[in-house]
Design a protein around this ligand. Structure first.
Ligand code: ATP
Ligand code: MG
Length: 558
């Protein structure tokens, strides 16, 4: 893992754009695009790309398109198209043009014929295996196909018949005629079109040949007048092909620019792997709060502002690296600290009876909604003779330095009084079931004249005003930070963290929290930030822990 690169005021992509603006290459236009393939839900890596592309358009007063790269009918679906639109908007961006690569199928086909007529493309009858076997290696040149020198007429005829559906899948492809001994493997007569007799979610059964990514992508950029086509580093070696196709066709030429993809520790980011987790029911769905999908992060309680801040903080790098989740968590803490109202929730309740508090009496105590935001005002917290505290806020035989409640010990109940533990009630198995305490009426928060000094302050919930809730606590989805290090032959799914979800079924909440809207965000005092889950019912609210208050992992590592 490596530290995030310091963000200079102008990153390397902006430097390239600035130089184009100076030279006048694009008449000072900036037009980017975000080009997802609709074959899955977007993840935090896509969020990085979205923030980058839309962010550049905003910064340079330009435009950004949303383009669905739908050239592979087998894996694509309208469900994904809808979720992608939704996620981009949720992140706070609105696209200028919305396009589908499939809108360009006619134009792309025309261009393929144009390449054939120029003698720059040919129909190859070799199988995929034969093509792979004759491609050579980076140090050994490939072998030219026996079909490479077909005449233009024959190629045109075959290609048209491919389009007409006369041939079986896999029996023919269209290849660019470039250089079988190029040091760049992508230039060794790459495949441009393949036969696929599949139903396409937009074009239906109109086509049975589909363009390859490399053919469709750059030409789509050109059609849309994109100026800067930003992609991840693995496409750097595709750039010569991107340029070759555009130059051979003599069409408008965008600039491809590569940056390092975002990798996050302890998770997976490939849509194929995410799909496997969803379909194999390792998680509850694409929006499982443990997933790095945008829908998962949203359900977990992440805000668009926190994700945009994160994308900004990691900057754009030219080298691949793995970003620590702690940085993402830092961004959401920073946001929620300022915006989330505070409330008190007890996850694992232990009853405390305050024996000198009059039976039947209750009172309302005053608490601030958010100490970071005085303008959010104050709220009333009910208090009474019986309350709940956390089981682990009491220890019968405490180690040194334990400042919470102990037999005979004193602590402050937040917003309320100082109490002293006088009696520990146990069941027949010796488990502590109840504490009997006294309170000091003159120690009331805000008007404390008791003169007492206590080191611990506990959160609590009044029994007479308590409701039950389910609280879901999450941990890293995987046990190792870098899944690319899994040895050959081992299943990456064996590294799923068996403790990534802990369900607390009988937490105590203040009744007022029953009104919390789905998706609302809270700080449960001392426990972390939490978000109301859509599984909430009027009888039983469900909360997800977004993040703890402090980085517990950093502590554990010391
Ligand atoms: P995956 O491998 O997860 O399926 P992909 O690159 O195939 O990702 P696309 O839908 O093709 O997914 O990606 C759309 C855009 O998002 C592309 O421009 C791609 O470069 C960018 N992108 C995808 N993953 C990341 C990432 N981890 N970091 C930054 N950008 C990414
Ligand atoms: Mg892709």
């Amino acid at each position: 893992m490596e530290a995030t690169e310091h963000k200079s005021s102008v990153n390397f992509i902006e430097q390239i754009i600035d130089s184009h603006n100076e030279s006048g290459r694009f008449q000072k236009r900036v037009h980017t695009r975000f080009p997802p393939e609709p074959n899955g839900y977007l993840h935090i890596g896509h969020a990085k790309s979205i923030c980058l592309n839309f962010g550049l358009a905003q910064k340079y007063n330009g435009k950004c398109n949303l383009r669905f790269d739908d050239t592979n009918p087998a894996t694509e679906d309208v469900e994904y198209v809808d979720s992608i639109r939704n996620d981009v908007r949720w992140l706070g961006f609105e696209w200028d043009g919305e396009f589908f690569a499939s809108d360009y199928f006619d134009q792309l086909y025309e261009w393929a014929e144009q390449l054939i007529r120029k003698g720059k493309a040919y129909v190859d009858d070799q199988t995929a295996e034969e093509i792979a076997a004759t491609r050579g290696t980076p140090t050994v040149p490939g072998k030219e196909s026996p079909f490479r020198n077909r005449s233009v007429e024959e190629n045109l005829d075959l290609f048209r018949r491919m389009k007409a559906g006369e041939f079986d899948e896999g029996s023919k492809v269209l290849r660019a005629k470039i250089d079988m001994s190029s040091p760049n493997m992508h230039m060794r007569d790459p495949v441009l079109y393949r036969i696929k007799k599949a139903h396409h979610h937009r074009t239906g059964d109109r086509w049975c040949i589909y363009p390859m990514y490399d053919f469709a992508h750059g030409l789509s950029d050109s059609i849309e007048g994109i100026t800067h086509s930003i992609c991840t580093l693995e496409f750097e070696v595709h750039r010569p092909l991107y340029d070759w196709l555009i130059d051979e066709l003599g069409i408008y030429h965008p600039q491809q620019i590569e940056f390092a993809r975002l990798n996050l520790a302890y998770t997976v980011m490939s849509k194929r792997k995410l799909l496997e987790l969803v379909e194999g029911k390792y998680v509850s769905g694409w929006d499982d709060p443990r997933l790095p999908t945008i829908s998962g992060l949203r359900r977990r309680g992440y805000t668009p502002a926190a994700i945009r801040h994160f994308a900004d903080k990691i900057g754009v790098a030219k080298r691949d690296n793995i970003i620590d989740v702690a940085l993402l968590e830092f961004c959401i803490r920073e946001d929620l600290n300022k915006t989330a109202p505070r409330t008190m929730v007890v996850l694992r309740p232990l009853k405390v009876v305050i024996t000198n508090y009059p039976e039947g009496q209750t009172e309302m105590l005053s608490a601030v909604v958010n100490p970071e935001m005085p303008e959010m005002g104050s709220r009333s917290v009910p208090f009474g003779r019986e309350i709940y505290i956390e089981q682990d806020d009491f220890m019968e035989n405490p180690p040194k330095g334990y400042f919470r409640l102990t037999p005979g010990g004193e602590v402050r109940l937040k917003y309320a009084y100082i109490i002293q533990c006088q009696e520990v009630v146990k069941d027949e198995n010796g488990n502590v079931t109840e504490l009997r305490c006294i309170y000091f009426p003159e120690s009331k928060s805000g008007s404390d004249t008791s003169g007492k000094k206590v080191k611990g302050t506990l959160h609590w919930v009044a029994a007479h005003d308590a409701a039950e809730a389910e609280v879901r606590l999450y941990d890293r989805l995987f046990t190792i930070p870098d899944l690319s290090e899994i040895p050959e032959g081992q299943d990456w799914k064996d590294f799923i963290n068996p403790k990534s979800l802990e369900v607390v079924s009988h937490a105590k909440i203040e009744k007022s929290l029953l009104q919390a809207e789905s998706g609302s965000l809270w700080q449960f005092e001392r426990l972390g930030y939490f978000c109301t889950d859509p599984d909430t019912t009027p009888q039983k609210p469900v909360f997800n822990r977004t993040v703890t208050l402090k980085d517990t992992w950093a502590k554990a590592a010391h």
